[in-house]
Design a protein around this ligand. Structure first.
Ligand code: PA5
Length: 349
């Protein structure tokens, strides 16, 4: 079995998605370096806006989660062709597109330019890089050749590093070091072998619909990332939601038929810094609503700082989605439906 392992791995994962997930700590270090080298936009922003879709959009959601109770100015994560009416000369816009060719992001970027916003483009190339260079905007050029979702550190951390250099927030250097160390540990523990949390999660989600709930709004983008990775790596349907909001609607939906409820596999994403109000809600909701679920599991963040907590849980989710893909016998890397959709849109435009 051990001798056959590399061959089996190659058959299951010919383009090496597992290795990309395991490179997360190294990518975090590299992404941080990009921020230290980037030119600073000359301004003191009053609003931060991130533009990005899918794998290039989750970085903006993570940025908002980190800055929410720290930055004196708001962060708005935009996933649309249109940008908020408030965008103007005192707005700092991060336009993020891995390929550089995503039409929603390009439309928002063009609009931001017309409004006189300061713009930073984060991309591996494409039209976004071309336009940014032509406009002499700050560019952060990230490594190419990856599936966008596997490039998450490059599409998140440079924004934070740059904002720290601008003085919008304090330095995150120490938090980044903690996060990298924890991600390395997770990779060593969960990355290979038949046992482990991520593999167990993958097994429990097989033949079920993953229902990913973040126990706190801070972990909301992590819940979304888990859902997205279940979709794109494991090619399966999944949903996500967050406490406390889900207590005001979705909790009632657990009145669903017993047969349907058995197909739902709840994964609760917990955080040691979750407030007592949220902990109480999760406990009561488990009793009231999840009794009929096919399974209920809890997975917790690791570490103290926000970066470690967010990224540790993301890495476990990425690995779980990879295991689910291999158990389902699907190649985790290609996303042909997204590509076909983009092709058809380009043709019809
Ligand atoms: O994972 C994916 O491939 C998608 O979610 C893409 O990230 C999304 O379609 C946006 O494309 P890009 O990341 O190139 O801007």
């Amino acid at each position: 079995m051990a001798r056959d392992e590399p061959r089996q791995l190659h058959q299951q994962d010919p383009q090496g998605m597992r290795d990309l997930i395991l490179r997360l700590p190294q990518m975090c270090d590299e992404a941080w370096q990009l921020a230290t080298k980037a030119t600073l936009p000359r301004m003191a922003p009053k609003v931060i806006v991130t533009l990005g879709m899918g794998g290039s959009g989750i970085g903006g959601d993570l940025l908002r989660a980190v800055l929410y109770d720290e930055a004196p100015i708001p962060t708005i994560s935009v996933k649309d062709y249109r940008i908020p009416a408030s965008v103007g000369r005192d707005t700092l816009v991060f336009a993020c597109s891995y390929s550089g060719n995503t039409e929603e992001t390009l439309a928002g970027y063009d609009e931001a330019l017309q409004r006189g916003a300061a713009c930073v483009a984060i991309t591996s190339g494409g039209e976004l890089l071309r336009r940014a260079r032509e406009r002499e905007h700050v560019t952060i050029v990230i490594p190419g050749g990856l599936p966008p979702r596997a490039a998450l550190p490059y599409l998140f951390l440079p924004m934070l590093g740059l904002l720290a250099r601008l003085g919008v927030v304090a330095s995150y250097d120490a938090q980044l070091s903690e996060a990298v160390q924890i991600l390395r540990q997770i990779g060593a523990e969960q990355g290979s072998g038949p046992a482990g949390l991520a593999r167990g999660l993958g097994e429990s989600l097989l033949h079920r619909i993953p229902v990913i709930y973040s126990a706190s709004p801070f972990l909301e983008p992590v819940a979304q990332r888990w859902k997205d990775q279940m979709n794109e790596n494991a090619k399966t349907f999944a949903v996500w939601n967050t406490f406390p909001e889900l207590n005001h609607n979705e909790t009632v939906g657990w009145g669903v038929d017993d047969v349907l409820a058995k197909t739902l596999a709840v994964v609760l994403l917990r955080d040691r810094h979750e407030t007592i109000q949220l902990t109480r809600r999760v406990t009561i909701t488990r009793e009231l609503a999840f009794q009929k679920a096919g399974s209920v599991q809890e997975v917790s963040t690791t570490g103290e700082g926000k970066l470690a907590r967010l990224l540790s849980l993301i890495m476990v989710g990425d690995l779980a989605s990879w295991h689910l893909a291999t158990l389902r016998g699907v190649d985790p890397t290609p996303v042909p439906v997204i590509e076909e959709l983009k092709r058809r849109l380009a043709k019809s435009g």
